[in-house]
Ligand binder design. Structure first.
Ligand SMILES: [Fe+2]
Length: 235
């Protein structure tokens, strides 16, 4: 569990969408950046490509991103992983053909004051579901799958696997309509006690900001592939 939960709670706010934050040209630059970055993970089975936003590939975009984020959330520090040289990574760009399951990106260091995270869509179709429910442990994938839960010996930066969320938020069954509409890739039992706070419909040029403690996942709506850039901050 995080050590400064009361302080983390003081910073918490509802999710927010900034529309028309990036121009068409800037989105194109983000996509060029994505193409130029080296691949970190290519999981052929899950059909996922992950690339770290390493510093130095496009200094102008790094500055634009930090400046516009600071305008909105005030002072922050990056809380992404470090690269091989100990340099901060700016974020993670993920290209996926399948929806990402329920998880929280609360980080790996319990001394940190985790703050907000951002999502910048780099493809136009998709949505992200943010739940009202919050978690104050580390970065965790929430699942009921015994095979997933059996995964130990995780490497640097990999999320913990857990079913601790079951019962944590009460036993109320998850809304059937919302499940059918957005979350068909999740077992409804895995969502028990959860309530949707907000569904972010991806729109190029916009950015979603939400708290690191919010449980979230992709919606099941994908046309072909999705590309999204996420980045994590702390105070
Ligand atoms: Fe996430």
């Amino acid at each position: 569990m995080h050590k400064n939960i009361s302080k983390i709670k003081e910073f918490e706010k509802p999710p927010k969408v900034l529309k028309k934050l990036f121009s068409e040209n800037e989105i194109k630059e983000f996509l060029d950046l994505y193409n130029n970055l080296p691949t970190t993970v290519h999981n052929k089975k899950q059909n996922v490509i992950k690339k770290r936003w390493l510093q130095g590939y496009n200094k102008k975009l790094e500055d634009i991103f930090c400046e516009r984020l600071k305008n909105e959330i005030g002072d922050f520090k990056m809380d992404n992983l470090k690269d091989e040289n100990g340099k901060d990574i700016y974020g993670l760009i993920q290209e996926s053909y399948n929806p990402i399951g329920l998880h929280v990106d609360a980080g790996f260091n319990f001394d940190n004051l985790i703050y907000r995270q951002t999502l910048i869509p780099l493809s136009s179709v998709g949505s992200t579901v943010i739940f009202k429910n919050r978690f104050y442990g580390g970065s965790t994938n929430f699942t009921l799958d015994p095979k997933e839960l059996g995964k130990k010996n995780l490497s640097y930066g990999q999320n913990n696997r857990s079913s601790d969320h079951i019962g944590m938020f009460g036993k109320k069954p998850f809304d059937k309509e919302a499940h059918e509409k957005y979350l068909k890739h999740e077992k409804i039992e895995n969502l028990s006690g959860l309530e949707i706070e907000f569904v972010y419909e991806w729109e190029l040029g916009s950015m979603l900001i939400f708290d690191r403690t919010n449980l979230h996942c992709s919606s099941s709506i994908i046309e072909g592939k999705k590309i999204g850039l996420t980045t994590f901050t702390k105070k």
